[in-house]
Design a protein around this ligand. Structure first.
Ligand code: APR
Ligand code: PHB
Length: 390
């Protein structure tokens, strides 16, 4: 089989790129390791920056997102028993974020690929990129016991943190930067009305908590837990009791609880791989970088990769201009590191660190009091949270 661009990974990054390129007449195939049901059962974050939403519309996938997504102009930070609001709209020059689940984004992208006959292979086993440094790279995979070969001009590695693409860059070329945080987030999804119209990020001496939502009837809550905790240790009752302890009394009083539909623990990690390209292979999204979820940057960081790659490939196929592809890694990394910095900063400001000295605790408190006493600091937070320009 021959295509122009072979995309490894059918998560939001791979699907969005495939859809955008297809609409411009560029032939792609997406090779996904798991079934569609498996991919759509993963619960991920739910805050979209406007740049990502714009790309979804450009990909002709924005209709349900615009109908069902909620525009949020701000969020709250609870600390020391009070709620302080971050006015995103005011401090970002009129921008906002869209609250719409990432699982729904992926579903919309799959449906769009179906509508226009996009090639997506599920349950592709042993996907392997070959000859990355030649001008005739190819990818092999196994399906139904047979090996299939896909010849292509370019390979995009959009196969997430555990994928095969990054690992196919030689170790003397690839440099990895990583910080692992000493805690995780225990998340619960419940069919209940959210406790607040806007998200509440909570800094508390018992640990961080977050009140988020997917819609007006579906809530998503998190509490910081030690990495040694197991989901089985946490009954629904224990989760709600711990969440209430961390919320300001007035908020805890109006929390509506219910059975969990999903409950899981995610460790927090910051990670960047450099470079993001090698020969004819280009990495995008979680394959190249991970952020802790505190700044809601995960999918939004993938968005700029997709935007740069999409435009670089258009320039190549439509004008024979390769400068975008050559500059992709440097350009993508410049924005990625800013998202890393912001996610690290939010994480350090709001969590409880078991090994911290008192001096650092005082600095952490000062970070928050400075934030809410300075319009410049709130502007910094807002412009990063709604998404830096591509
Ligand atoms: N071969 C083919 N596909 C693979 C392989 C492989 N060897 N390994 C992983 N995959 C698939 C995964 O099953 C998954 O569907 O690649 C896809 C990668 O999707 P994501 O992990 O969702 O990564 P990405 O599309 O870059 O999305 C980034 O999603 O995970 C969140 O926080 C993340 O918000 C960010 C966004
Ligand atoms: C979520 O809704 O899952 C969510 C929202 C904001 C974050 C992280 C997760 O910062």
């Amino acid at each position: 089989m021959k295509v122009q661009v072979c995309i490894i990974g059918g998560g939001p990054s791979g699907l969005l790129l495939s859809q955008l390129l297809h609409l411009k007449g560029i032939d792609t195939i997406v090779l996904e390791k798991y079934s569609r049901e498996h991919v759509l059962a993963r619960i991920r974050a739910g805050v979209l920056e406007h740049g990502f939403a714009k790309l979804m519309r450009e990909a002709e996938c924005g209709e349900r997102m615009d109908r069902e997504g909620e525009i949020h102009d701000g969020f709250e930070i609870a600390h020391d028993g009070v709620l302080d609001r971050v006015d995103l709209h005011k401090y970002s020059g009129g921008n906002s974020v869209l609250v719409y689940g990432q699982t729904e984004i992926t579903r919309d992208l799959y449906e769009a690929r179906d509508r226009i006959g996009g090639k997506v292979v599920h349950n592709a086993e042993d996907v392997t990129p070959h000859d990355l440094k030649s001008d005739k790279p190819y990818v092999t995979y196994r399906a139904n016991g047979e090996t299939v070969r896909v010849d292509c001009d370019y390979i995009v590695g959009a196969d997430g943190f555990h994928g095969v693409s990054r690992k196919s860059i030689p170790s003397d070329v690839l440099r990895e930067y990583e910080k692992v945080y000493p805690f995780g987030w225990l998340g619960v999804l419940s069919r209940t009305k959210p406790v607040n119209p806007e998200l509440i990020y909570v800094k508390h001496e018992r640990g961080f908590a977050l009140c988020s939502m997917r819609s007006q009837v579906l809530s998503r809550y998190y509490v910081q837990v030690p990495l040694t905790d197991k989901v089985e240790d946490w009954s629904d009752d224990a989760f709600w009791a711990e969440l209430k302890r961390r919320l300001p009394t007035e908020v805890a009083g109006r929390l509506i609880t219910g059975p969990s539909i999903e409950k899981s623990i995610a460790p927090l990690r910051s990670f960047v791989a450099e470079p993001m390209s090698y020969g004819r292979l280009f990495l995008a999204g979680d394959a190249a970088h991970i952020v802790p979820p505190t700044g809601a940057r995960g999918l939004n960081s993938a968005a700029s990769d997709i935007y740069y790659l999409y435009h670089a490939m258009l320039a190549h196929y439509q004008k024979g201009d390769d400068s975008g592809l050559e500059g992709y890694s440097a350009k993508a990394l410049a924005r990625i590191w800013k998202a890393q910095r912001f996610s690290w900063w939010m994480t350090m400001m709001l969590h409880r660190f078991p090994d911290r000295i008192e001096y650092e605790d005082r600095l952490q408190q000062t970070e928050l009091s400075y934030l809410f006493s300075s319009e410049a600091a709130q502007r910094m937070l807002a412009e990063n949270y709604v998404g830096l320009p591509f």
